[in-house]
Unconditional design. Structure first.
Length: 306
C-alpha cells in the first residue's frame, strides 16, 4: 500500500487511522521449541513441558517436573512418547524451580531466546504454551494473559492471569510477538479456600546467565508505540526525503508496524513530482520523484503494532 502525493498545490498533513491488530508472526518458533516431557523415577512418571533454549538441544523446564534420579524423554512439538528422544539431566545448583535437560541426539536445534524484563513491561500480553494433563490429541495448548507483575516476589516468581493446568509446568511463556520467552510456567498459588490467587512464572532473566540463555535480538516489547526515527547523535528526524534523494529505508517491516506519509513541503513544480511511503518487499521506505529540479520533499512516521 502506497501513500502518495502528486500535486502543484499546497497539501495538508495526512492523518491515518491505524489498526491495533497483532503483528503477523510465524508460530513455528513455538511448534519447533515446545517439548513434551516424561520423567520416570522410582516407578512413577511425571509429565510436563519444556522449551528448547540452545542450538545444542538444551531444554529448560520446571525442576518439579524432573524428580531426583529421573530418566526423561521428550518430543518436540507434540506429546508422543513413542517418538520421544532420550534426554540427559544437566547438573544445576540454582535455588529456583528450574531444571535443564539436553537431548542426547546431536544435531542443530531451533531454540527460543529469552526476553529481558523491564519495569514498564507490566500489563503487557503473553502467550503460555504447554501440554495439559494426558493430552488426547497430542497437540500443545495455548493460553493468553498479561504480566500482572514484573518484580519477582520473595520466591522469585512473577504473577500472571494466564491460566495453566497440570502438565503445563515448565512450559514456555512467550511475549505476544513470539520474539522470546519471558520465562517458564511454575504453577499456581492457592488461598485457604482453594481458590487460585495467581498463576506463577519463573522469569528467564533470573537465571539467563547461569543457564547460558541467549537474549532475543528482536525487542519482545516496545515501551512506546511510535518508532523513533531521529538520529541518536544529532536528534534530527531521519525519515526525510528531498528532491534528488534516493529511497529512504524506514527500518520497519510489515510484521512490526506501519509507516505513512506525515507531511510534504516545498515546491511541486511539475505534475509528475511525487512523494510517497511504500511497502517494498516487506519493508517500508520513503521515496519520491523529481522531474525538473523542484524543491519538494516529505517526511514519514511509523507506529509499532505492539
Amino acid at each position: 500500500m502506497d501513500s502518495r502525493v502528486n500535486t502543484l498545490a499546497a497539501v495538508p498533513l495526512l492523518a491515518l487511522a491505524l489498526s491495533c491488530g497483532a503483528a503477523k508472526v510465524s508460530a513455528d518458533v513455538v511448534d519447533d521449541t515446545i517439548v513434551y516431557l516424561e520423567c520416570t523415577a522410582n516407578g512413577a512418571t511425571s509429565r510436563g513441558t519444556g522449551v528448547v533454549v540452545s542450538a545444542k538441544g538444551h531444554v529448560l523446564t520446571a525442576k518439579h517436573v524432573v524428580p531426583d534420579g529421573a530418566a526423561c524423554v521428550g518430543s518436540i512439538g507434540v506429546a508422543d512418547p513413542n517418538t520421544a528422544g532420550r534426554m540427559i539431566v544437566q547438573p544445576t545448583n540454582l535455588p529456583v524451580d528450574a531444571a535443564l535437560l539436553q537431548f542426547s541426539r546431536q544435531q542443530e536445534y531451533v531454540f527460543a531466546p529469552y526476553c529481558p524484563l523491564e519495569d514498564w513491561m507490566v500489563r503487557r500480553k503473553i502467550f503460555v504454551a504447554g501440554f495439559p494433563g494426558k493430552t488426547q490429541t497430542g497437540a500443545a495448548s495455548y493460553r493468553e494473559g498479561i504480566l500482572s507483575t514484573v518484580i519477582p516476589n520473595a520466591a522469585g516468581i512473577l504473577e500472571t492471569d494466564g491460566q495453566t493446568v497440570s502438565g503445563m509446568s515448565g512450559g514456555p511463556v512467550f511475549s505476544k510477538n513470539l520474539a522470546g520467552i519471558v520465562g517458564i510456567v511454575i504453577g499456581a498459588e492457592f488461598d485457604n479456600l482453594g481458590t487460585v490467587s495467581f498463576y506463577g512464572i519463573l522469569p528467564a532473566s533470573s537465571y539467563a546467565r547461569d543457564f547460558g540463555l541467549t537474549e532475543s535480538e528482536q525487542p519482545c516489547y516496545r515501551q512506546y508505540r511510535e518508532v523513533d526515527l531521529s538520529d541518536p547523535d544529532s536528534g534530527d528526524w531521519t525519515a526525510v526525503w528531498k528532491a534528488g534523494d534516493g529511497p529512504v529505508p524506514l527500518g520497519v517491516t510489515e510484521d512490526q508496524g506501519f509507516c505513512f506519509l506525515e507531511g510534504v513541503k516545498g515546491l511541486f513544480n511539475d505534475p509528475d513530482d511525487e512523494v510517497w511511503v511504500e511497502n517494498l518487499d516487506g519493508e517500508y521506505i520513503l521515496n519520491g520523484f523529481n522531474r525538473s529540479g523542484g524543491t519538494h520533499g516529505g517526511t514519514a512516521r511509523c507506529i509499532w503494532f505492539e
